[in-house]
Design a protein. Structure first.
Length: 494
């Protein structure tokens, strides 16, 4: 799908379909007014007939409207004027893509006059348009021998502008880069555990490095042993799949600029280990590498945008399996930091691999470290699938991430990491236990565990257990929080 801008009026644009917005109180956007005038009332007639309601989700396709060059006019309901939120704007774009008519190769969107509440930035509008459009055509049929019927979608989406606008064009390009990153994240998240193994992730990193000009290192078990990542390795004990520590460097700024380090949880399948998970929906634990996948996707997006930032992606990848060699509840391991950990529950494995990656991150003398992980079911209970959980030791970093999440339409909610919780991780036999009392602040405790390994830099943690994928009929990875992370880095580059 290609995205371009054109300077043209909606009634004269030569496209297969032109989409204009109307409101639920019967008022027309500027473009809808022009179509109505040119056609001597076709839009108002559609409203009067009751077909076009202007309500969100309502769309009406008119054909061969007199006085309009495009053979199709699509009326998109935007709801009440002044009530178009970020999310609803994206939904309106998706609605236009879906209902443009299967014969439409080129769809022109008169979307710059869809006034989004609190937004006044055509680059933002163009960016969100592309991401929404690309989201609506994403398919996951790589492993189907009979491919899904590709829903007929326009090959070209044209954003109508009043005058040539470099900002709109830049927004479209940023949107495409972001969508490419999100598609990569979704693809990796959706691939099953037998395909998407730690070894596979290592190969994908090499491939991404070649395509995007990243310096990539993939460390095998021997190298990980040499680094003394005893906590990470403990999680791999039960698995026949060898672990990988993947390091990907993007250098867009001067060498002297301290990098942002993104650390991703890459559990390619989480059975729970000896603390085995219940069987129902266990298949979804193939998504337990979505933190890692979001590091891949963010690097892909920022490389395509050529952002002037330095970023190091660190991915810890392994499987969490039960077997006679698996670690057992009560086992004690020494982390790379030297701190010892009593593993009271082998299903709390994410923190066990992340803590060593967080210690490893020290060597990059980072400006900030952000880890991304499908870490706790408790975070799903707390925030559902709307907000990612944001935990941070640094208020300024938290504020920057929250600001980015708003612009990116990729919401996050700040949660506490406070010393008051640390007592619950006390162990009688090691420096700490890997869990606290069940049912109490599980997402916070996981973050508090990680905090013990992040004292040497500014750190934030995103728990994406609820936001990285959808369950049910629309089961699949969402590509979040690639928009949040990418916008954070865009802000840094600016
Ligand atoms: N990968 C899971 C977290 C998870 C749960 C992600 C549900 C998405 C949906 C993680 O490794 C895990 O199992 N966490 C345990 C921690 C508990 C044992 C303290 C959990 O949340 O139940
Ligand atoms: Mn687990
Ligand atoms: Zn897990």
């Amino acid at each position: 799908m290609e995205f371009i801008t054109k300077v043209a009026a909606p009634e004269t644009i030569k496209a297969d379909c032109v989409a204009v917005g109307i409101h639920s109180d019967g008022t027309l956007t500027a473009a809808a007014k022009r179509i109505d005038t040119a056609s001597k009332g076709a839009v108002k007639a559609a409203i009067k007939s009751g077909d076009a309601t202007g309500k969100r989700g309502n769309s009406v396709l008119l054909r061969n409207v007199a006085g309009v060059a495009a053979p199709r006019v699509l009326l998109i309901g935007l709801g009440a004027p002044g009530e178009l939120s970020d999310r609803r704007y994206a939904d309106a774009v998706k609605c236009a893509i879906k209902h443009a008519g299967s014969g439409s190769r080129e769809l022109a969107l008169a979307a710059t006059d869809w006034a989004v509440k609190g937004r006044d930035d055509v680059a933002w509008q163009a960016r969100v348009l592309v991401v929404a459009a690309r989201e609506s055509i994403f398919r996951s049929d790589e492993l189907k021998s009979v491919k899904d019927d590709a829903a007929a979608a326009p090959a070209t989406v044209t954003l109508l502008v009043g005058a040539r606008d470099a900002k709109a064009e830049a927004g479209l390009r940023q949107g495409a880069a972001l969508a490419n990153g999100m598609d990569l994240t979704k693809r990796l998240g959706n691939l099953p555990g037998n395909v998407c193994t730690p070894t596979f992730l290592g190969e994908q990193a090499k491939k991404l490095g070649k395509e995007c000009g990243l310096a990539v290192e993939v460390h095998d078990r021997k190298a990980i042993e040499k680094l003394r990542m005893g906590s990470f390795l403990s999680v791999t004990n039960g698995s026949a799949q060898p672990p990988r520590l993947i390091v990907m460097k993007y250098s867009g700024a001067a060498k002297s600029v301290a990098p942002t380090v993104l650390v991703g949880k890459g559990i390619t399948f989480d059975t729970g280990g000896i603390s085995l998970k219940p069987g129902a929906t266990m298949d979804e634990m193939k998504y337990d590498m979505c933190g890692a996948a979001s590091v891949f996707g963010t690097l892909r997006a920022i490389a395509e945008m050529k952002l002037k930032v330095n970023v190091v992606g660190v991915v810890v990848a392994c499987e969490n399996m039960p077997s006679s060699t698996a670690s057992k509840p009560g086992d004690i391991f020494t982390s790379m930091s030297g701190q010892t950990i009593e593993v009271l529950n082998t299903d709390a494995e994410g923190r066990l691999i992340l803590c060593d990656a967080l210690t490893y991150a020290e060597r990059f003398k980072p400006a900030a470290v952000i880890d991304i992980a499908t870490l706790t079911g408790a975070c799903v209970v707390a925030l559902g699938d709307v907000n990612s959980g944001l935990f941070a030791s640094d208020d300024a970093l938290a504020a920057d991430l929250l600001k980015a999440s708003k612009t990116a339409v990729d919401p996050a909610w700040r949660m506490p990491v406070e010393d008051e919780y640390q007592d619950q991780l006390k162990s009688n036999f090691a420096d700490m236990a890997n869990i606290g009392a069940p049912g109490k602040a599980g997402a916070v405790l996981a973050a508090c565990f990680l905090a013990r390994f992040t004292k040497k830099y500014k750190w934030a943690h995103l728990d994406i257990a609820g936001t990285a994928w959808k369950s049910g009929a629309a089961k699949g990875a969402t590509g979040r929080p690639v928009p949040l992370l990418t916008h954070y880095l865009m802000d840094k580059a600016a």
